[in-house]
Design a protein around this ligand. Sequence first.
Ligand SMILES: C[S@@+](CC[C@H](N)C(=O)[O-])C[C@H]1O[C@@H](n2cnc3c(N)ncnc32)[C@H](O)[C@@H]1O
Length: 256
Amino acid sequence: MNDDSRAIAEDYPYEVGEQIGQEAVASGAPITPPPIPDYLQDTYWWAYVHPKSVWVFEREWLVNLILWGNMHKLTLAVLDEMDLQPQSSVLQVACVYGDFSNRLASHLGKTQSRLSIVDVAPIQISNIEKKLAAHDNVSAHHQDSTCMAFPDDSFDETVVFFLLHEQPEDARRKTVAEAIRVTRPGGRVIFVDYHGPKRSNPMRYVMKPILTLLEPFAMDLWREELPAFMPAGITPEQVSSSFYFGGLYQKVVLNL
Ligand SMILES: C[S@@+](CC[C@H](N)C(=O)[O-])C[C@H]1O[C@@H](n2cnc3c(N)ncnc32)[C@H](O)[C@@H]1O
């Protein structure tokens, strides 16, 4: 199973920095297509890499169910946070199943702003191209979040939606550092992810075994606050955190 999906991923002839819409948007420098990271292949092959994964999971109702009905609220938490000048550039680090990227692209369209989306899995890039084909302000980039090809300060705002809990600590720290590197001074990085819920929240006892079984790196975000994975030099004054659903989810905004 794993070998099949890895072979398909490696054969996939995706062009780096390919554009979805008609308008020119920020593109990554040509690089060798990144391999599927081991943690993605070993732990999440069924969700993001297997050829049938998109067919199974690409449904807003299913993503909303996985998030216990909070998908709409968490999507709005990102859109409401954005403070965009006309013709801004926004990066979404990693694809998200459901309507999140469509809504983000529409939201950015109101200010003639552009959305670049990075993902390391060719099948996810292919899917996002189809899913966002109606938007002319979007580009997809086959890159690894831990070593992106964009120059420093390329984006006004960067969004990392439910990626960090899926990465082992080393990759998570690199992703956070890269999101900061490619976002300009004065810009913002918005993280939305799991968080350790309050002891009084019954979801704590439901989610702990589920995450431990299916998403083993997620428990890091229960034990540590997300800013603990930011590079040295980020001060607490730059960070603001909001919590949702009894603390099971968090939004962390980093002002650069
Ligand atoms: C954003 S996360 C999870 C989002 C959410 N749980 C959902 O419903 O889609 C999933 C995406 O992250 C991508 N991903 C994982 N590791 C990555 C990396 N190192 N670089 C870029 N994309 C990565 C996967 O390929 C997948 O498309």
